[in-house]
Design a protein around this ligand. Structure first.
Ligand code: WT7
Length: 637
């Protein structure tokens, strides 16, 4: 067996879970012993949730890229590490073996060094889904620079906010990215961001779409030129920087219920062990198999289950540049047949959007290589689960419903493919090392089954977020202060008679749109920046494909243009401030918002209206002006 810590039976799972809870240090110390460390740890775990302070493998030293690349060279040098499928099916795919990945990462790590990047520096990466994105990420990790990948759907303003928050002086980007029929001008967006970020010293630009870009002398350099310099210099090898287990590996920004997005920080040792462990166990990965995670590396799913989890396990990871519906809704199935994909890991929103095309796009698709299916990012409705099972898995592939978060680094609750039972729309049981519990509003644990509550976690797992960059207090108040001595997830959950968990969705003011997290406050702030907007309130509503849609109620006092034009202007403003991913699906112009006498907006009422529960609004007697509710109901869009 190639992974000594791979669980192979239900009893094995129960034993592992029990041991992990009774003796976490013994359990994770054993798992971690199968990795390559430069120096062993003094202590496996030291923690308190009060500060919070969570330290795994304290005193140990390592470099994650040695675990993801170098250690596989002995027996997997010629095995593909990354397979890349381009946006356009007529373009050539690419394969990078572990040996080739090693060369490219070393070269690029030297490029970073030559450009002045040092250990601990923050490097922002804004690229499309091409192999160079993975190479850039690993190149940073090789020299101990902290990467902060920003998804291509964020605006210049969002990038500038993140650059400032992380004080990132280096950027890696490309001219453009292809996504379906679109060509996204990434370098232009970076140029706009840099107008307000004069502290950025260097932008490294990879050529992908070969679109015209401005290159500023002294600041911008071409990736290809820099690699050539390294090649000419003769020795492309870049020794892997020695990192403490608790040194930061990356920052990833994510939305919360208040304020600007937070920079979630993950560290080298624990994150590596946990993403590998969960990858191997949840998907039951077998050597040589091809793992296709359809997420973007701009999100945590891509970090953990395209790059670090699979590569640290010596797997073959398939990266896809495009979207599921381009050039047609059979694209995923073509890719699966082309490369004989064994594991497909995607989001409910993708499944639902493909379901809507009916079975036509599945005709003449084989799909017999598939062994395991996975879903992530939002609750999966039973209908989508059953469709996935019947038409994609042909009822012979276990489906893993993996619940986790940017903050948790890896999967916390999921069945293990073919090992522990699955149940449609249930994430089911916790991973070894994870102790979920439900609490009521007051923070009192609910111990019964067949109950709903707020989902918390009792003790740390190796990939617990360590802090929010530059603001530890924010990390404490956000996650560790709501309930004493517990990590609060922000999700609600139902626990059935077998102790299986079903995630019911966020209980805070965070929306989940197509599996992407967006704070309602963030969208409101963007809307309020539009000239003429007096006030706004944003809520989510059920959306057939996206899971949740964004519904904005806006008080507008401007006089410029008709209502429809105003809506389009507001949408353009949101796109400019946050990015296209935060565009409201519906905007209703109103003359007032339902407020209490103390001036608080009653979102509960707005949510009911957005959900079309017009006859079920509930008590409006505490409102300052109940008449406003009737007006809003009449104007529902
Ligand atoms: C939120 C985290 C974790 C990777 C992608 C999203 C929701 C995530 C599930 C699932 C129900 C899920 C939760 C969570 N979520 N996975 N399997 N079932 N809900 O990462 O952007 O940090 O969002 O996504 O609400 O809190 P993220």
């Amino acid at each position: 067996m190639s992974y000594p810590y791979q669980i192979t039976s239900y009893e094995g799972y129960q034993e592992a879970w029990k041991k992990s809870v009774e003796d976490p240090e013994g359990f994770w110390g054993e798992v971690a012993s199968h990795f390559q460390w430069k120096k062993p740890w003094d202590r496996v775990l030291d923690w308190n949730f009060k500060e919070p302070s969570v330290q795994w493998f304290k005193g140990a030293q390592l470099n994650i890229t040695e675990n993801c690349i170098d250690r596989h060279l002995a027996d997997k040098a010629n095995q593909p590490a990354i397979i890349w499928e381009p946006n356009d099916p007529n373009d050539h795919h690419r394969m990078l073996t572990y040996a080739q990945l090693h060369t490219k990462v070393n070269q690029f790590a030297n490029v970073l060094k030559n450009n002045g990047v040092k250990k601990g520096d923050r490097v922002c990466i804004y690229m499309g889904m091409i192999p160079e994105l993975a190479i850039a990420v690993l190149g940073c990790a090789r020299i101990g620079a902290i990467h902060s990948v920003i998804f291509g759907g964020f605006s210049a303003q969002s990038i500038a906010d993140r650059l400032q928050d992380a004080n990132a002086e280096f950027i890696i980007t490309c001219d453009g990215a292809f996504r379906g029929a679109k060509d996204i001008p990434l370098k232009n967006v970076i140029d706009d961001a840099l107008i307000s970020c004069k502290f950025v010293k260097r932008v490294i630009v990879y050529t992908h779409t070969r679109s015209a870009v401005s290159m500023i002398k002294g600041r911008d350099v071409w990736w290809e030129d820099e690699v050539r310099k390294v090649e000419t210099a003769g020795n492309p090898d870049c020794p892997a920087e020695t990192m403490d287990a608790e040194d930061p590996l990356f920052i990833l920004y994510t939305s919360g219920s208040t304020g600007k997005p937070k920079g979630v920080v993950h560290t080298c040792g624990g994150y590596m062990v946990y993403t590998n462990y969960t990858f191997v166990n949840v998907f039951q990965y077998k050597p040589q198999e091809i793992h296709f995670c359809t997420a973007d590396i701009g999100w945590i799913t891509g970090h953990s289950y395209i790059v670090y989890g699979p590569l640290s396990a010596g797997a073959t990871s398939l990266m896809f540049e495009g979207i599921p519906t381009f050039p047609d809704a059979g694209r995923f199935w073509d890719i699966i047949d082309k490369f004989k994909v064994n594991i497909l890991y995607t989001a409910p929103t993708a499944i639902r959007s493909l379901m809507a095309f009916g079975l036509g796009p599945l005709q003449n698709k084989d799909l017999s290589s598939l062994r395991v299916l996975g879903t992530v990012g939002e609750p999966i409705n039973e209908e989508a689960w059953l469709w996935y099972d019947e038409h994609i898995g042909k009822r012979k592939c276990p489906i893993v419903d993996t619940w986790w978060q940017t903050e948790t680094g890896g999967v916390l609750i999921s069945n293990l493919a073919g090992i522990t039972p699955s149940k449609p729309s249930y994430a089911t049981l916790p991973m070894p090392g994870v102790q979920p519990l439900l609490v009521d509003e007051k923070g009192v644990e609910i111990t019964d089954n067949n109950v709903t509550g707020n989902l918390c976690i009792k003790s740390p797992w190796p990939a617990t977020l360590r802090t929010t960059y530059g603001d530890h207090e924010r990390c404490r108040t956000n996650y560790f202060a709501t309930y004493e001595n517990l990590y609060f997830t922000g999700d609600g959950a139902y626990r059935d008679e077998n102790g299986f968990y079903r995630i019911t969705g966020r209980v805070d003011d965070v929306l989940n749109v197509s599996g992407h997290r967006i704070g309602t406050a963030e969208v409101e702030n963007a809307i309020n920046m539009h000239a003429g907007v007096v006030e706004s309130a944003v809520v989510g509503y059920p959306h057939d494909v996206k899971g949740q849609g964004i519904y904005a109620f806006v008080i507008y006092s401007g006089t410029h243009g008709d209502e429809d034009m105003t809506r389009r202007d507001i949408t353009a403003t949101v796109s400019r401030i946050i990015g296209p991913i935060a565009k409201p699906d519906k905007i209703q112009l109103v003359s007032g918002l339902p407020k209490t006498r103390s001036g608080k907006i009653m979102r509960r009422i707005l949510r009911k209206i957005a959900e079309n529960e017009l006859d079920n609004i509930g008590d409006t007697s505490t409102l300052l002006d109940p008449a406003v509710v009737e007006e809003i109901k009449r104007g529902k869009v």
